[in-house]
Design a protein. Structure first.
Length: 264
């Protein structure tokens, strides 16, 4: 939940246009124009010229999009390599996320998980509010996967079955979208979009339709895409990506989602 609004303390309050400019929204003059045109809200109320805010606590929106002004908050997209466990303290001594994040010098958390044999996009942040929203089952944030499967070629019924629902040992499950990307002999590449959060859900779904997964890559989480990040590489999310994540997390909740985010 967002923090309740309180008047900023004198020693931390800054002019709103200065805070917006520092966050990369635009020049101070451009930010003043946004405020004048009533396109900026602070903690739920329309801002006005002359307002001062605490950039560390204020919830600021421009045209309904969240603007991150707290410079202590970190938002990272990481391409988790295969063989790395989604852990910051693995008791078995395996390669872990901490090996890639030590340079930041602060405690960061992964949003959701990927099993050691899976690879691809992981979001890393120290923003507890956003993490809770993105992993809460009520909101069902979609995730896209590219899977290499065997026992091809795939029959047309595979996609239809996955879209209509497949019975698993812990109940029925289905995908939001399915596409055959390519095929070579008995191997095929497929793209799946899901909002389900059950453990190993992608692997179990493909196993259930007769096409076990040999490689699995998560290519997007909500509006954030993996892009051309190399394995082990990371980048800071843009202001637009962060705003899009908050928007996705603030949408009306989906009716079906699982409380445990998946180990794909």
């Amino acid at each position: 939940m967002w923090k309740k609004y309180s008047m900023p303390q004198a020693d931390t309050a800054e002019r709103l246009q200065k805070v917006l400019a520092a966050a990369g929204v635009g020049s101070r003059r451009a930010c003043e124009d946004l405020i004048f045109r009533r396109r900026v809200t602070v903690n739920g109320r329309v801002a006005k010229l002359g307002d001062k805010v605490d950039p560390n606590t204020a919830e600021i929106l421009v045209d309904g999009q969240r603007v991150i002004t707290d410079t202590k908050l970190v938002y990272i997209a990481l391409n988790k390599p295969r063989g790395v466990v989604t852990s910051l303290d693995d008791e078995k001594g395996r390669s872990e996320l901490a090996d890639f994040l030590g340079q930041f010098g602060q405690r960061l958390y992964h949003v959701g998980r990927l099993d050691a044999d899976s690879e691809g996009l992981l979001l890393i942040t120290n923003d507890g509010d956003l993490t809770n929203k993105l992993t809460h089952p009520r909101y069902g944030i979609t995730k896209t996967y590219l899977a290499e499967v065997i026992n091809g070629p795939l029959a047309r019924t595979v996609g239809r079955n996955l879209l209509s629902g497949v019975e698993l040992e812990d109940g029925p499950a289905k995908v939001d979208a399915f596409k055959l990307v390519g095929a070579l002999g008995k191997t095929a590449q497929v793209e799946l979009v899901l909002h389900e959060g059950r453990t190993h859900i992608v692997r179990r779904l493909m196993e259930a339709v007769g096409h076990p997964v040999t490689r699995l890559i998560r290519t997007s989480v909500g509006p954030v895409k993996l892009g051309d990040l190399r394995p082990g590489g990371f980048r800071h999310l843009s202001n637009a990506e962060i705003a899009a994540l908050f928007k996705a997390a603030g949408d009306e909740p989906r009716e079906s989602a699982d409380p445990d985010d998946e180990l794909a």
